[in-house]
Design a binder for this molecule. Sequence first.
Ligand code: AP5
Ligand code: MG
Length: 213
Amino acid sequence: MKIIMLGAPGAGKGTQAKMIAEQYAIPHISTGDIFRANIKNGTDLGMEAKKYMDQGLLVPDELTVRILLDRVAKDDCRDGYVLDGFPRTIPQAQVLDKALEEIEDKIDFAIDVDVPDENIIKRMGGRRSCSKCGAIYHLEYIPPETEGICDGCQGELVLRDDDKPETVKNRLDVYHKQTQPLIDFYEKKGILKTVDGTQNMKDVFAAIVAILG
Ligand code: AP5
Ligand code: MG
């Protein structure tokens, strides 16, 4: 099963994609996580991506598409995957479609996690991510058992660099201009499914499982 997660920054794509990946035993592929891992390791790709991410802008399509196509060509993707944060522009979606057509394949579902901008701002300020395993928490909604420490791996919980309020605002603007048109794009293909992302994370997940079967 090949799934795309759509939704604004902070809508809960990463939170849900992780649960989908576990339930359906498919890899969770987040272009944002790939970029952040490269930044942490100080690679050339990381340095290039950071220039854009710190401003809340999209990393150029050319670079992003190359990384994503390399990743989905790996063996563990043969039975499917859940893409989180890709595609984010119409050209990215077209390149993915073309690459899949070449191997007589296609995306099965594009799931839009729908959350209004007002809720997003509140979610971002409270998000904490594990610096070791990437698990996602929220100070108010999904708190860890011990403040500042990951429940799973005991890693340190940190605020993401791009979660500062002014950068969040830019990311939302970029989302509305460049990414939201993908909702129409997948609607026209007949594979768009919308879930109400303002519910608690278990109810959002139940709605997604009802769609995926
Ligand atoms: P990326 O890492 O993809 O960030 P994003 O799209 O801005 O989304 P987020 O990860 O911020 O939010 P999310 O939807 O995953 O929400 P989460 O589950 O964490 O991209 C970062 C940057 O990388 C981009 O700005 C761009 O520069 C670059 N980039 C990445 N991909 C690219 C691409 N394809 N092309 C070009 N550039 C690209 O949840 C948010 C918070 O809410 C958490 O605290 C969570 O605990 C909480 N929460 C989740 N669900 C619920 C719920 N139901 N109720 C209450 N709280 C909840
Ligand atoms: Mg995410």
